[in-house]
Design a protein around this ligand. Structure first.
Ligand code: ATP
Length: 201
């Protein structure tokens, strides 16, 4: 079976940057955010179930999911929110595992922002957390896109604290330095994961 590395970290920590460094070494990525969109594409069981349950008002005229309309329907409605999570979480989990198992590389990186929060660390062989200080998280997130400090803080508050995440992590990348330092750490981890994956085969 495929050796799976779960990659996580808070907003702006550098998950995408790190994942791309592994991808450059030929390691295939499975990204939870992408899978979460794929399971509600038009003509999927996921979107069909949502349209059946909430009605056509959560669809755009072109048949795609109207995310804002769906958000409005589950906002302040605990039972509808639970219904939606109960539909989507197993679908996302199943699709991520299908993608992992069809991968051809020596091991796979599963990128999941809420790896520990959503209990998805139970699906992986090891966990890797990208770590930076909250101050640097705010700085880099703001530089990358025009998200307000208020919106960034709200996302940070919805995620696990830095301390909790570091306690759960099996491997940690310190991304407070430059890209050269990041590269060096990824090189070392890549060798380690390759060895682990080969041992498991
Ligand atoms: P999100 O959870 O918000 O999607 P992320 O964890 O995927 O974020 P990235 O998008 O990889 O984080 O990085 C956030 C920003 O910080 C990007 O603009 C990226 O280019 C920059 N960045 C990442 N690592 C470094 C570094 N070592 N030095 C300087 N800038 C960096």
């Amino acid at each position: 079976s495929t050796y799976i590395v779960g990659l996580s970290g808070g907003i702006g920590s550098g998950k995408t940057t790190v994942a791309n460094l592994f991808a450059a070494k030929g390691i295939e990525l499975v990204d939870a955010d992408i899978v979460a969109r794929e399971v509600v594409e038009p003509n999927t069981p996921g979107l069909n179930a949502i349209a059946q349950h909430f009605g056509a008002e959560v669809l755009n005229p072109n048949g795609e999911l109207n995310r804002q309309a769906l958000r409005d329907r589950v906002f302040n409605n605990e039972s509808e929110r639970l219904w939606l999570n109960k539909l989507l979480h197993p679908l996302i989990r199943k699709t991520m595992l299908e993608q992992v198992h069809s991968a051809q590389s020596d091991y796979v990186i599963l990128v999941v922002p809420l790896l520990f929060e959503n209990g998805l660390d139970s699906l992986v062989n090891t966990t890797l957390v990208v770590d930076i200080s909250p101050a640097l998280q705010r700085k880099r997130s703001a530089t990358r896109d025009n998200t307000s400090q208020k919106a960034i803080q709200k996302i940070m508050d919805s995620q696990m604290s830095r301390e909790q995440r570091l306690t759960k992590a099996e491997h940690i990348i310190d991304n407070q330095g430059d890209i050269a330092s990041l590269n060096q750490q990824v090189d070392n981890l890549h060798q380690y994961f390759l060895a682990q994956a080969r041992r498991q085969q």
